[in-house]
Design a protein around this ligand. Sequence first.
Ligand SMILES: Nc1ncnc2c1ncn2[C@@H]1O[C@H](COP(=O)(O)OP(=O)(O)OP(=O)(O)O)[C@@H](O)[C@H]1O
Length: 325
Amino acid sequence: MSSPPALELRGLSKTYGDNKLTALSDVTLSIRPGEIFALLGPNGAGKTTLIGSVCGLVKKTSGKVLVFGHDLDEDPVRPRYQIGLVPQEVNFDPFFTVAESLYIQQGYYGQPRDEARVKEVLAALNLSHKADAITRALSGGMKRRLLIAKALVHKPKLVFLDEPTAGVDVELRRDLWNYVRRLAAEGTTIVLTTHYLEEAEELADRVGVINEGKLLLVEDKRTLLRRLGEKNLIVTFTAPVSTPPEAARQAGATLSADGLTLTYPEREGGLPGNDVLRLLYTQGFPVGNVETRSSRLEDILIEILRGKPAASAAAALNALPPATP
Ligand SMILES: Nc1ncnc2c1ncn2[C@@H]1O[C@H](COP(=O)(O)OP(=O)(O)OP(=O)(O)O)[C@@H](O)[C@H]1O
């Protein structure tokens, strides 16, 4: 029998307060053990609410949450021992030392004091030299490192990182990325929310896009980049032209209003970009600069949020792995 998903959401919904604000609407999602899953969406999309519902910080309105196959309605406590959460905001007692706050965390998760583990986590997050510092005296970036250390010290198998690198420096981001990769390689499942698309592009195996509480798309990152991504051939002319070559126009080439830039989206099976260039040269167009630009996750996300590839979003959702019985 195959192992259950690390996390499974079935029709998860959350409505806040009397004004019936729907923060999550019928979210169904299955995350494999060892996967790095990036949840992307604009402010207020429902990402933190989703994480909170799994971690016990938000009371869901309806739906099911299963952690490694265990239904949290049946046992809300034990399955959560497998979870680690790096929240957006600092949440530790400012009067303990760095090491003490990690030992407290181990105790909180029902684990014996494990000095070797504390040392290991501190070293991985470049905090060893601050082990005996009072947490109040840490810099902002060090507080974030400690937040991450706290979430990991009990060796969780499912880790939520809620915008872990918001407002941190390049060095911490790099350290964290390395550590996330190592954890995933060791079998830890990572769910990451981020506004830095570069972060999702760099780390994620799969990407989910959420907006207004609805999961619009779940897709393998590479497929997403390949299927929705396109290479644009950008040709700048040295003098304005009035119209692109007919064959290029029919294949999708467009001209900027000033007649100085031609953009041609190269797609699999379509007219190759080099053929478009050949047409331009042979027909005497005043070609100046030529470059190709690949679309990045950022471009694709903007398209999805604008609702452009709605059909593919629906297809991707239908292609989700079936719920385990
Ligand atoms: N405790 C609460 N009471 C009422 N409304 C809430 C509460 N928490 C969140 N909301 C609302 O629920 C919606 C989703 O919020 P959530 O924090 O989950 O979004 P998010 O995707 O994490 O946003 P961000 O990227 O800004 O952190 C928002 O409209 C938010 O205002």
